[in-house]
Design a protein. Structure first.
Lengths: 184, 285
C-alpha cells in the first residue's frame, strides 16, 4: 500500500501510479455533485451543450454537505453512496473526468469505463463528515444553487484523505478486502 | 390527567434533533470501541480511528456527525391520560413535533434532505415533514424516541414475505443475504434491525424498532432470539466486508431482532440497515 500526495488537475501519468488500496491525499480544487446535479449535467451532454464546469482532468466528489456555520467554509461533508451516479459516470469519463470520490461499490460498466478512459474511483470514509470538513478550505456554489445541498460546488482541499477502490487496471479493493477476511 | 404545553414539546424536539446529530450516545461509543478491539485489518482499524475522531470533532464543533443528517423519525408513546395545551400556532402534537424539527434542522445547520414528492423531487427546504409513529398506551406516559435516519443505509433495507416452510433457516439466510448485498454501500460497520412476523407493514416497523433498542447491542429477552442475534452477528462478521467495505472482521456492530405474532399463512421478515453513525435519543415529559 503506497501513499500519494496529488494535485488537481490530474494527468494520466498520475492516475497510472494509483493502485487499489493505496492512500491518496488530494490538494487543489474538486467539484462536488450528486444525484440531481448529475441528472442535469447528463441532460446537457445529451443535448450536445457545454457543461457549466470544465471537468477535463478534474475529480468529482459525491457530497451534499450540511450548511456552513458562520466563519466556516462548509459544514459536515462526507461522501455519499456512489452507485446512484453509476449511470452518469462513463459519459463524464469520456469527456475527460479523471476520477470520482464517494463510497460504496461501482457497477461493472463504471469499472470498465475507468480502464478505458484512464480514471480512478476513490473512497473517503462515510460517516466522517465532520473530520473530512477539516480538509476543505474554501467552498463556492458554481452551478444549480436552486438544488440546495445538491448544488455543484467548487471546493479547495488540502491533503483530502482517500483510498483507491478501483484503479485503471481493473483492480477492486472491496472485492480483494472481502476475499482476504471472509470465513466460510 | 397530565397536561403538557405544546411549546415545551417543540423546544425539546428542537434540542434533541440537534444533540442526536452532533453526539454519539454512550452506548453507541462503547460498542464501537469494543468492536475496534476485534478488528484485524489495518484499513479497518484506520476507519474505526476516523469514526472516533469524527465523533469528537462533531461534538466539540456542533457539526453533523454525518452530512446526511437524515429524515427526522419519531416514535411517540402517548398515554391515554395525557392532554396537550394548545398555544399560538401550535394546534396539535404533530404541529409541535414538526415545528421542533423545522427549527432544530434550521438553527442547527443540519442538512435539509426531504423532497416533497418521490418523482418530482423538489426539496421542502426545512427537513419536514417529520415521520411520526404513534402508539397509544395506558396511563400518563409521554415518551418520544428520535432517530436521524440517513438515506444510504435505509436504501439497503428490505422486506420479504416468506412462506412459513422457509423456517428459521430461511430467515437467517435472508438477513445475511441483505447485508452481503449491501456490502460497502450502507457505511459499515452497520447495525442490523430485524423485524419478524406481524404483516407486511408491521414487519418493517418492527425492524426499525429493533434498531432503537437500548443500550445498543443488548439482547432480545427471549433466549431463542438472543441465540439468533448472536449467531447472525457471527455469520455477518464472517462475510469479510469489514469497516467501510475495505475488508475486515467487523461488518456489523450489533444485530437486534424483534418478533410479533403473525398469520398462519405468512412469515414476514424485514431487515432495516443502520450505519455506524447511530443517532438516537429518547426523552420523556
Amino acid at each position: 500500500m503506497a501513499e500519494h500526495h496529488i494535485q488537481t488537475p490530474v494527468s494520466d501519468e498520475t492516475i497510472s501510479k494509483l493502485k487499489a488500496g493505496d492512500r491518496v491525499f488530494i490538494t487543489g480544487y474538486l467539484f462536488t455533485g450528486r444525484d440531481s446535479a448529475h441528472k442535469k449535467l447528463i441532460e446537457l451532454v445529451e443535448q450536445g451543450k457545454d457543461l457549466p464546469v470544465d471537468i477535463k482532468g478534474q475529480l468529482i466528489y459525491y457530497v451534499g454537505p450540511t450548511p456552513a456555520r458562520p466563519g466556516k467554509p462548509i459544514g459536515s461533508a462526507g461522501p455519499t453512496t456512489s452507485y446512484r451516479m453509476d449511470s452518469f459516470a462513463p459519459a463524464l469519463h469520456a469527456m475527460g473526468l479523471k476520477g470520482t470520490i464517494g463510497k460504496g461499490a461501482r457497477s461493472e460498466e463504471v469499472k470498465k469505463s475507468l480502464q478505458k478512459h484512464k480514471a480512478v474511483y476513490l473512497a473517503a470514509v462515510g460517516g466522517a463528515g465532520a473530520l473530512i470538513s477539516r480538509s476543505i478550505e474554501e467552498a463556492e456554489v458554481i452551478a444549480y444553487p436552486e438544488l440546495g445541498p445538491e448544488a455543484i460546488r467548487r471546493i479547495k482541499v488540502k491533503d483530502f484523505p482517500c483510498i483507491v477502490i478501483n484503479d485503471m487496471y481493473g483492480n477492486d479493493l472491496y472485492e480483494e478486502g472481502k476475499q482476504e477476511y471472509q470465513r466460510r | 390527567m397530565k397536561v403538557i404545553n405544546l411549546s415545551s414539546v417543540r423546544d425539546k424536539v428542537k434540542e434533541v434533533v440537534q444533540e442526536a446529530n452532533y453526539e454519539l450516545q454512550e452506548d453507541t461509543l462503547k460498542i464501537i470501541k469494543q468492536m475496534q478491539e476485534k478488528e484485524e485489518s489495518p484499513a479497518g482499524q484506520e476507519v474505526f480511528n476516523q469514526i472516533l475522531q469524527n465523533a469528537r470533532i462533531a461534538k466539540d464543533e456542533k457539526l453533523g456527525l454525518c452530512q446526511d443528517t437524515g429524515l427526522a423519525v419519531f416514535f411517540v408513546e402517548l398515554g391515554e391520560d395525557v392532554k396537550f395545551q394548545k398555544e399560538n400556532g401550535l394546534e396539535s402534537l404533530r404541529d409541535a413535533i414538526t415545528e421542533g424539527t423545522r427549527l432544530g434542522y434550521g438553527e442547527g445547520f443540519l442538512r435539509k434532505s426531504v423532497v416533497e414528492d418521490p418523482i418530482r423531487r423538489k426539496n421542502t427546504g426545512d427537513n419536514t415533514p417529520a415521520y411520526i409513529h404513534w402508539e397509544l398506551v395506558p396511563g400518563d406516559v409521554f415518551k418520544v424516541t428520535f432517530i436521524a435516519k440517513g438515506g444510504g443505509a435505509e436504501n439497503m433495507s428490505q422486506v420479504r414475505m416468506f412462506a412459513p416452510a422457509a423456517g428459521q433457516e430461511g430467515i437467517e439466510e435472508f438477513v445475511v443475504e441483505v447485508v452481503e448485498k449491501g456490502g460497502s454501500n450502507p457505511c459499515p460497520p452497520i447495525i442490523v434491525g430485524v423485524g419478524l412476523g406481524g404483516n407486511f407493514e408491521y414487519s418493517a416497523l418492527l425492524a426499525k424498532k429493533a434498531l432503537l433498542r437500548r443500550p445498543l447491542g443488548s439482547h432480545n429477552p427471549d433466549p431463542f432470539y438472543e441465540d439468533m442475534e448472536t449467531r447472525l452477528l457471527e455469520r455477518i462478521n464472517n462475510l469479510g466486508i469489514g469497516p467501510q467495505g475495505m475488508g475486515g472482521r467487523i461488518t456489523a456492530l450489533a444485530v437486534q431482532v424483534e418478533a410479533f405474532p403473525c398469520h398462519i399463512a405468512s412469515m414476514p421478515a424485514a431487515v432495516n440497515i443502520q450505519c455506524h453513525s447511530h443517532r438516537v435519543i429518547s426523552f420523556e415529559m
